[in-house]
Design a protein around this ligand. Structure first.
Ligand SMILES: Cc1ncc(COP(=O)(O)O)c(C=O)c1O
Length: 389
């Protein structure tokens, strides 16, 4: 049987992830220092793990409400009010999902008709374009530049809007650049969304991980935006809970209701053990993630300092745990640079074009890696570029 011909046509247009391709070269090699994988190098804080264990000990092994435990939705509503300064009703405006990944997929599938366009800023998280295509939408990337701090500029957004645009997807702080949008840029974007009656999907998964004291501004707080924004957040990054697979969406009730329809038939509910763990994460809040955040902050400063010091231009990202140095001056493609670094020095970083065409000429280095490895990786990078110039 020709299985390929049986596969859904829209799936065939989706390429394999560039990260996966690259990391298949690294798998099984324990001589490699990896700056590749975008997940915390810390184990989940002990009190959170203990809460999960205790929940199991108590025999909490059932399904929960489709929306998630009411006690957790109430805690999320309080946390979001306090942290993002926007309020949502725990009964009808909060949906607990299997990571932000599921929330993103639900939102796109709940909103898109075939041919609807979704604008997003690029370089971006690898799953955005495939998720849009899998929901039968049309992915419309808008390139951002190092010169603009990789923020989405309102005029660039305006130029991409057509009569078919339905959603604008935002992700600040950004994976892979660490970019943070200014309040002015967000206000300009919000104004356009109101003018053109667009929905905003705002993936704020890295919002706790901002450095330099600046306050996180959620677009949902800007005039006219709460009722047209789906705010996505989760536990994977700040609380180092990637394996718990827990996220949530906050939005006006009709949007949550529509996402719920897909969630209840496809997933039923997020795992109860993870929900028990998340309750503890939100009770501990800032105190639990602050030590990790302090460590990331030091690592960011170290990496930016070393890269610029060796002549690799690297903007100082305001958040997340990535730096995105500019390697264009070496005259190699991102992929060739990264492959060369891997072969010569056994250091793995992700070629920037894995995050979209506008990432070409850059490299993503994740600093959710211990300081000793970061030091060794930077020494290796300096030796490697010495062989290029
Ligand atoms: C921007 C962004 N959104 C969403 C996700 C997925 O997160 P989760 O583990 O909550 O599914 C990631 C993971 O790397 C990410 O970087």
């Amino acid at each position: 049987m020709d299985i390929d011909s049986k596969l859904a046509t829209h799936l065939q247009t989706i390429p394999r992830s560039g990260i996966r391709d690259f990391f298949e070269l690294v798998i099984g090699r324990d001589d490699v220092i990896s700056l590749g994988v975008g997940e915390p190098d810390f184990a989940t804080p002990w009190s959170i793990r203990e809460a999960a264990i205790y929940s199991l000990e108590k025999g909490e092994t059932s399904y929960t409400s489709n929306l998630g435990l009411l006690s957790l939705r109430e805690k999320i509503s309080e946390y979001v009010d306090d942290f993002f300064h926007v309020s949502y009703d725990a009964h009808s405006e909060v949906l607990i999902t299997v990571g932000v990944s599921e929330a993103l997929d639900l939102a796109l599938r709940a909103l898109l008709n075939p041919g609807d366009e979704v604008i997003y800023h690029e370089p971006c998280y690898v799953s955005y374009s495939p998720s849009i295509v899998m929901a039968h939408g049309v992915a419309v990337p808008v390139a951002t530049t190092k010169e603009d701090g990789f923020s989405l500029k309102p005029n660039a957004l305006a130029a991409a809007i057509t009569s078919k645009t339905k959603i604008v997807m935002l992700n600040f702080p950004t994976n892979p650049t660490g970019a943070v949008a200014s309040k002015e840029d967000l206000e300009g974007i919000a104004k356009l969304c109101v003018e053109h009656d667009l929905i905003v999907l705002s993936d704020e998964i890295y919002s706790e991980l901002r450095y330099d004291e600046q306050e996180h501004v959620s677009i949902a707080t800007l005039p006219g935006m709460r009722d047209r924004t789906i705010l996505l957040h989760g536990f994977s990054k700040a609380f180092a809970m990637t394996g718990f697979r827990l996220g949530y969406a906050c939005a006006p009730a009709p949007l949550i209701e529509a996402m719920m329809k897909i969630h209840q038939y496809g997933i039923l509910c997020a795992p109860i053990t993870s929900q028990a763990a998340a309750l503890e994460a939100l009770s501990g809040g800032h105190n639990l993630y602050a030590p990790m955040k302090n460590e990331y902050h030091q690592r960011r400063d170290f990496l930016v300092g070393r890269l610029n010091g060796m002549g690799i231009d690297c903007h100082c990202p305001g958040g997340a745990f990535y730096v995105f140095p500019d390697i264009r001056r070496f005259g190699l493609s991102s992929k060739d640079f990264a492959l060369g670094l891997l072969e010569a020095e056994q250091v793995a970083a992700v070629p920037g074009d894995a995050f979209g065409k506008s990432g070409e000429g850059f490299l993503r280095c994740c600093y959710a890696t211990g300081m000793d490895d970061l030091k060794a990786a930077m020494d290796a990078m300096e030796r490697y570029i010495g062989t290029l110039s």
